[in-house]
Design a protein around this ligand. Sequence first.
Ligand code: AP5
Length: 208
Amino acid sequence: MGSIVLFGPPGAGKGTQAQRIMEHTGLPQVSTGDMLRAAVKAGTAVGLEAKSYMDRGALVPDDVILALIRDRIKEADASNGVMFDGFPRTIPQAEALSELTEITHVLAIEVPDERIVERICGRSTCGHCGAVYHDTFNPVPSEGCSCGHYQEKRRADDNESTVLSRLSAYHEQTAPLANWYESRDLFYRVNGDRGIDEITQDLLAVLN
Ligand code: AP5
């Protein structure tokens, strides 16, 4: 099996769906956003460089991202492919990726711009297991996270002004990738403006 790309604007539900699809495909989730946040937290050189871009909602330079990806896909769990979440985000990233691994599907989760701010500004994650929640649309169960150790985390870049910058970066630099992948017959669109379960069903139907 090759690798899958989950594609879409900030807050489309890439991380939410990646966790669900992972259970069905066994492919590990590779989120460049999560890798960058880990680097920022660890205070590495990559983290120090990335932080200034992330804080203002701009894309981190391609060479930084590609170095992370080249290292990650050498790991043993990536030998049968991975599920990329939030990568690639530019045409140079997609070109480089095509030299590194075979991509079988690019799954685009389409959500209108007007939904994005409310989705992002209501997000929390469990710091223990990484489960993604939303204050209104997917609240933490009253008995707590299914991992039993809920620790609420909110992202520094989940505020309205940074989200709007992330959305502009998406339209200017990432959305053009749709044509790039469409011309290679790898691009599948799914309506992401619906309930989480319905979207998962459609994504799995494409993969099956
Ligand atoms: P990254 O961490 O990748 O953030 P993003 O793309 O902005 O995506 P998000 O993680 O915010 O959203 P998501 O689509 O995963 O949605 P989620 O499932 O959480 O990137 C952060 C930064 O890192 C970038 O700004 C950039 O600086 C840098 N970076 C990362 N990768 C890079 C790259 N390749 N190149 C350059 N720079 C890079 O859902 C959002 C919320 O909505 C949740 O609360 C969820 O519960 C809720 N929700 C999900 N689905 C639904 C639904 N169907 N209905 C209602 N609510 C829903």
